[in-house]
Design a protein around this ligand. Structure first.
Ligand code: SF4
Ligand code: SF4
Ligand code: FES
Length: 515
């Protein structure tokens, strides 16, 4: 049954929203961001900072938009002189004890206190320059969290996250009044597997990530929508890059997958994207050694090896490869007697107790489901055994496992492991931060990721490498013909694999869709 709708007016804009919605959320639908600190859509409402004061017609005094439900015919004014003056007063109180840290604060440039003060705060303080502001030393809260109490505005987002979402209540508000600060249980640490979210939730620079400390100013960062590769949950993330280096991973909201959160394992799983020891040119074996060459010679050699195989071919693929790459790797071996398999590294499962169906999954790979849908098996040992007698063995970014084969080894990867040095050809590919593509998470949701930085040297997306090889072989059919973009590669996949039928990059958008 559709939700019952309520119509109201916010700053003169009429909106119809489901009954029971909070005014602050309804305002977003009218294109109005009501300033707020303690409110966060992923946390229980606290209604304590009073920053979201708005005028509501017929109400005797200003109301907080984060704890007031919409009503039929309601008239809300966020920009009336009374509402603005109320919020200006709240800001003045918050700033009494706030240090002038912006020039040295990691949050500067993405700080909600800075933003709202700039937007509607008083131009100057009414306090004497001699007023001694509160001072408390910086505290080490956990493996990746520092607490700078002087900047804390006591919004309690961090306390509520640990209590109601992580269900590990190690934080509280200690002391009262102007002496209050966020306390941590004397025997507790912020070492819960999802604790890093408090850093994103903190609206000011009071909770900081040690990993990101002093790495960049917010305005130096470029941002790209991506998907975490840490496990099969498929959390939506943003990759922040500075000068072509990934420096931070943060959650990107997706209410169906990860709500507003990512786990610490996923948050820290980015350094390998910046590895310097990358393969930068195609390599082919000549006179016993691997020599750098151009793509044409490499494609011609690999095509002749595949064409000449005439028998058994084995693909050992990574469940971290894009669906598009896995599809075209399969297309390359079509017509051969081929088998393909992938291996998944396993770890410990770590649920976020307060959110259903959200956990760091034991299966530490983002696209095992996609590989399965494309016909790759989980029986890696059997594939390794089959490789011994195969005429061609294609390895796509191989765990470092020895591949014994009497046939030709073709290695397609980002770095060259010692054990791939016997390869007849080595083809350099982009990593997840350097290409566009899709993964299918454990629940069968196909999700897009976008390019965040450029690939080194001649490295290209794996889907492009395989699709060029398919074109070189001149095969026709679902994967035949050259493709120029990842979107086109996905279209070919959707046209030929039943599970993906009807999907396109446009349909997937930023939130993904079920396959
Ligand atoms: S540390 Fe940050 S999130 Fe926690 S109460 Fe203070 S301002 Fe709010
Ligand atoms: S739960 Fe999995 S997908 Fe989500 S952030 Fe953690 S490692 Fe990444
Ligand atoms: S955001 Fe409404 S009271 Fe804090």
């Amino acid at each position: 049954m559709p939700d019952e709708l309520v119509t109201l007016t916010i700053d003169g804009v009429p909106v119809s929203v489901p009954k029971g919605m909070l005014v602050i959320e309804a305002a977003k639908q009218a294109g109005v961001l009501v300033p707020h600190y303690c409110y966060h859509p992923g946390l229980p409402v606290a209604g304590l900072c009073r920053m979201c004061l708005v005028e509501i017609e017929k109400a005797p005094k200003l109301q907080i938009a984060c704890a007031t439900q919409v009503a039929e015919g309601m008239v809300v004014r966020t920009q009336s002189p009374q509402a603005k003056s109320g919020r200006m007063g709240v800001l003045e109180l918050l700033l009494i004890n706030h240090p002038l840290d912006c020039p040295i604060c990691d949050q500067a440039g993405e700080c909600e206190l800075q933003d709202f003060t700039f937007q509607e705060g008083r131009p100057a303080t009414r306090y004497s320059p001699d007023y001694a502001k509160r001072f408390n030393p910086v505290e080490d809260f956990g493996p990746d969290v520092l607490y700078v109490p002087n900047r804390c505005i006591l919004c309690t987002r961090c306390v509520r996250f640990m209590e109601d979402v992580a269900k590990e209540p190690v934080l509280n508000v200690s002391e009262r009044g102007d002496r209050a600060y966020i306390g941590i249980h004397p025997e507790g640490r912020l070492d819960h597997p999802w604790a890093g979210n408090v850093v994103d939730l903190c609206p000011v620079g009071s909770l900081l990530s040690k990993d990101f400390l002093h790495k960049a100013r917010a305005w130096e960062l470029d941002k790209a929508a991506s998907i975490c590769t840490g496990c099969s949950q498929g959390c939506n993330v943003t990759l922040d890059t500075r000068e072509n280096v990934v420096v931070r991973v943060r959650p990107r909201p997706n209410l169906d997958v990860n709500r507003y959160f990512v786990c610490d394992h996923g948050r820290m799983n980015y350094r390998w994207m910046n590895r310097g020891d990358r393969i930068e040119a195609p390599l082919v074996r000549r006179d016993g050694d691997l020599h750098a060459t151009d793509w044409d010679e490499a494609f011609a050699l690999v095509a002749s090896l595949v064409r000449g195989a005439g028998g058994k071919a084995v693909a050992l693929v990574s469940p971290r490869a894009s669906t598009e790459a896995l599809f075209y790797a399969r297309e390359l071996l079509r017509g051969q007697e081929w088998s393909g398999a992938f291996q998944v590294v396993m770890g410990e499962e770590a649920p976020l107790a307060g959110v259903p169906n959200l956990a760091l999954r034991a299966e530490r790979a983002p696209n095992a489901r996609g590989a399965e849908l494309l016909g790759y098996s989980r029986d890696y040992a059997a594939a390794l055994a089959a490789a011994e007698t195969a005429a061609v063995v294609l390895v796509l970014d191989e765990p470092d496992i020895a591949v014994n084969t009497a046939g030709a080894l073709i290695y397609v990867g980002t770095v060259l492991p010692e054990r791939a040095r016997d390869a007849r050809a080595v083809l350099p590919i982009a990593n997840v931060a350097e290409e566009e593509g899709t993964f299918v998470n454990r629940d069968g949701r196909a999700q897009r990721y976008f390019q965040a930085k450029s690939a080194p040297g001649m490295a290209r997306p794996a889907w492009w490498v395989f699709s060029e090889l398919v074109a070189t072989l001149g095969e026709q059919g679902g994967g035949g013909g050259r493709v120029a973009t990842a979107a086109e590669a996905f279209d070919r996949l959707a046209a030929s694999v039943e599970a993906f039928r009807g999907l396109s990059y446009q349909r997937l958008g930023f939130a993904g869709a079920s396959v």
